[in-house]
Design a protein around this ligand. Structure first.
Ligand code: SF4
Length: 112
């Protein structure tokens, strides 16, 4: 367990990626789950859309391990969720992640 997915988290709302503290404070007021997270850095040199986005880390990550593993939230249990939307939107796991997405068979084979 590397813990990378618990400390390099981007959040977004209807306006795009969270890039300022006020926006995140508002999200924390509306949804308690956001109180799990604190600021861990700022995205730089990743293109206009991501530039300045805040990276968050989970407060429950201790020594790269989840300190509430057995009662962790559902989205942590599901990660990396293998659903169509995730893949269709180009979702990927981090380079050093132990999870991999691979198609059952190549696209061309479905056409035969
Ligand atoms: S609750 Fe645990 S698994 Fe979920 S983000 Fe926090 S440290 Fe990671």
């Amino acid at each position: 367990m590397c813990g990378e997915c618990c400390k390099n988290i981007l959040f977004s709302n209807e306006c795009g990626y969270v890039k300022d503290d006020e926006t995140f404070k508002e999200m924390q007021k509306k949804h308690l789950i956001y109180r799990f997270f604190s600021k861990n850095g700022i995205v730089q040199n990743e293109g206009e859309e991501l530039e300045g986005a805040i990276l968050f880390k989970c407060r429950f990550l201790k020594n790269n391990r989840c300190s509430i593993y057995f009662i962790r939230p559902i989205f942590c249990r599901d990660y990396p969720s293998i659903n169509k939307k995730f893949i269709q939107m180009g979702g990927t796991t981090l380079d050093n992640c132990g999870f991999r997405f691979e198609p059952d068979k190549k696209f061309i084979e479905y056409l035969k």
